[in-house]
Design a protein. Structure first.
Lengths: 393, 116
C-alpha cells in the first residue's frame, strides 16, 4: 500500500463525515475529496507529504465544496464551511457515518458496498469485482443509495441507547458481508483486510458492545488460519488437516481475548457464538481433544436464534462428527426442499461428503459434481474432485 | 432473462494442456459446471467449438466472396464455446460466469440474448 492509500484509508471516512454531516450530500463530499486526493498525488511526491495530511486534504476539499455550492447558488453549509479554520481538528464521526450507510432505509445488499466506498474510499470498480457485480450496476446502486441518504434525510448520528443494539446489528452485518462467507473456510477474500479494519474501528469507538467484539473475534479467527488453508503447491487444505503452526497465533490470542471480554458484558449474540465455534475448532485441532459436543451445542443456540439454513448445514456437519455421518445426513436431507440452497455450494459439498461417508456413492458422485460446478475457487474444485475420485476406488 | 456466456480460452495454455492431466481436470470441471447449471434450472443449452485453427472466415465485398483460413480475431483468447442460461438477472449470470472453469484460464463474456 502506498502512503497516500494508507492515508486515504485512515482519513477518507472522517473527511466525508465532516464535510457531509450538515448537507447529507455524500456524493458532493466525495467529489470534493477525490479532487483533493488527485491534487495530493500531484503535489505530495514533489513537495513531500504535509505534516498534517488530513488537514491539508480538508482544506482543498472544503474550498471545492464552497465553489460547488456557490456555483449552484446553494448555501446549505457555505457559512459554516467558510468559518472552518484550516488547522481545524477533525472530529471522528466515522461511526455515525457507518450507521448512516447501514440505515434500515438503505437496501440491505448495498449497505456493505456503500460502507466500503464512503468510509474507506474504495472505488466502485474494485467493490463491484469483489461482490461479483457489473461495475456499471454497482455504480448506479451506490449513486442511488447516496441520493436516498440526502433525499430521505437519513441522519449522521449514533443511535440512542435503546435503539443501539438493533441498529448496530445492521452495521455488523454489513461488515461481515464485506468479509465474505467465512463459512466455506475457503481462501483469501479480496476485502477481508478492509472488513477487519472496519470491525476494529467499531470496537475502538464502541468498546462495550459484546456483538462488535464477537464479530471482530470471528473475523480474526478465520483470518488467522489463512496461511494454513493452502499447501506450498497451492492445494486447498481442510481444517482437520491444517498445520496448526501456520496459524497466526497473535490473531488467535487477540480473538480469544475479545471473546473473553464480550462474555463479561452479559448479552450473547450471533457473532459471539460464531466466534466461539471458531475458538472450539482451534482448541480441538491444537489439543486433539474431541469437543464436537460443544460445537453442536453452539450451533443449536445459533440455529434457535436464526433458523438459517446456512447454520443448519454447519450444525449437521458437527452432528455428523459427533454422532456419525447418518445423523448429519438426515438433517441435510430434510433441508433438500429449501430453494435458497439449490445454488449454495457448501450445502452440496456437505451433502456429498456425508453421502460418501455413508456409502451412498451414486448420489454422492452427483452431489460432488454440483458442488464442484458451483465452486469458484479452482483449488477447492480440485480438492472436491480428489474426494470424489477417492470414493470411486 | 436469457444470457449467453461466451467462453474465450487462452490458445497457448489450452493447447499445452491438451491430452494432459490438466485437460482431464478441465473436462471434469466443465462436466460438474454443466451438472450444477442443470440442477439449478439455469441451463438452456451449450456447445463447445473446434479449435480456432479449424476455423474458416467468409466475407462478401462488392459481391465478391473472400474466404480465409483461421479465426476472425487475431487474439490470444479465442472463442471456444457458449452457454445459454435462463437467469433472474445479470448478477446471477455473473455468478455463473465466475464458476465457469474458463474464468480461471481465459475470459468469460456475459451478454444478454437479444430480442426477448
Amino acid at each position: 500500500m502506498t502512503e497516500i492509500d494508507a492515508i486515504a484509508r485512515r482519513s477518507y471516512g472522517k473527511l466525508v463525515a465532516f464535510l457531509a454531516a450538515r448537507t447529507r450530500d455524500v456524493a458532493e463530499a466525495e467529489d470534493a475529496l477525490s479532487e483533493a486526493f488527485a491534487k495530493a498525488l500531484e503535489v505530495w511526491p514533489r513537495d513531500g507529504v504535509p505534516r498534517n495530511p488530513e488537514a491539508w486534504l480538508l482544506t482543498v476539499a472544503r474550498r471545492r465544496v464552497i465553489d460547488m455550492q456557490r456555483r449552484q447558488r446553494r448555501a446549505e453549509s457555505l457559512e459554516w464551511l467558510e468559518s472552518v479554520a484550516d488547522d481545524h481538528d477533525i472530529p471522528d464521526q466515522r461511526l455515525a457515518l457507518m450507521f448512516t450507510c447501514a440505515h434500515p432505509a438503505i437496501e440491505a445488499p448495498i449497505r456493505a458496498p456503500l460502507m466500503l466506498q464512503v468510509v474507506l474510499g474504495l472505488d466502485a470498480t474494485m467493490i463491484a469485482s469483489a461482490f461479483l457485480m457489473a461495475p456499471a450496476t454497482m455504480g448506479q446502486r451506490l449513486v442511488r443509495a447516496k441520493t436516498k441518504i440526502r433525499q430521505a434525510g437519513i441522519p449522521f448520528r449514533i443511535p440512542d441507547r435503546e435503539e443501539l443494539p438493533d441498529r448496530l446489528d445492521t452495521v455488523l452485518d454489513a461488515i461481515y458481508a464485506a468479509f465474505g462467507e467465512s463459512w466455506t473456510d475457503g481462501g483469501r477474500r479480496d476485502l477481508s483486510e478492509e472488513a477487519v479494519f472496519l470491525g476494529r474501528l467499531v470496537v475502538e469507538l464502541l468498546p462495550d458492545q459484546p456483538e462488535a467484539l464477537g464479530l471482530l473475534a470471528l473475523m480474526l479467527h478465520v483470518d488467522a488460519r489463512r496461511a494454513a488453508r493452502r499447501s506450498s503447491t497451492g492445494e486447498y487444505v481442510p481444517l482437520a488437516e491444517q498445520d496448526v503452526t501456520l496459524w497466526n497465533a497473535r490473531e488467535i490470542d487477540e480473538a480469544e481475548a475479545l471473546l473473553e471480554r464480550a462474555s463479561t458484558l452479559g448479552a450473547i449474540g450471533r457473532y459471539q457464538l460464531e466466534g466461539a465455534v471458531q475458538s472450539a475448532h482451534v482448541h480441538r485441532c491444537r489439543t486433539n481433544e474431541d469437543n464436537w459436543a460443544d460445537v453442536v451445542e453452539l450451533y443449536d443456540a445459533l440455529y434457535a436464534m436464526s433458523e438459517s439454513p446456512v447454520v443448519a448445514i454447519n450444525r449437521a456437519l458437527a452432528i455428523a462428527a459427533q454422532r456419525g455421518a447418518p445423523s448429519g445426513l438426515d438433517i441435510l436431507r430434510a433441508l433438500a426442499g429449501d430453494r435458497r440452497l439449490a445454488e449454495y455450494q457448501p450445502y452440496w459439498a456437505a451433502l456429498a461428503e456425508l453421502l460418501a461417508q455413508t456409502g451412498v456413492h451414486h448420489e454422492a458422485r452427483r452431489a460432488y459434481d454440483i458442488a464442484i460446478g458451483l465452486e469458484r475457487d479452482p483449488a477447492v474444485r480440485d480438492f472436491l474432485r480428489q474426494r470424489q475420485e477417492r470414493m470411486a476406488r | 432473462m436469457q444470457c449467453a456466456l461466451l467462453i474465450y480460452n487462452n490458445e497457448s495454455t489450452w493447447k499445452a494442456s491438451w491430452d494432459s492431466e490438466a485437460m482431464q481436470k478441465t473436462a471434469a470441471a466443465y462436466k460438474a459446471f454443466t451438472e450444477a447449471l442443470k440442477a439449478s434450472g439455469a441451463y438452456l443449452s451449450s456447445q463447445g467449438l473446434g479449435a480456432p485453427d479449424t476455423a474458416t472466415t467468409v466475407r462478401v465485398r462488392q459481391g465478391k466472396p473472400q474466404v480465409l483460413n483461421g479465426p476472425y480475431a487475431d487474439a490470444k483468447e479465442q472463442l471456444g464455446g457458449i452457454y445459454i442460461l435462463e437467469v433472474p438477472d445479470l448478477d446471477a449470470a455473473l455468478a455463473w460466469a465466475a464458476r465457469c472453469p474458463s474464468a480461471e484460464l481465459g475470459v468469460v463474456e456475459v451478454r444478454p440474448v437479444w430480442g426477448q
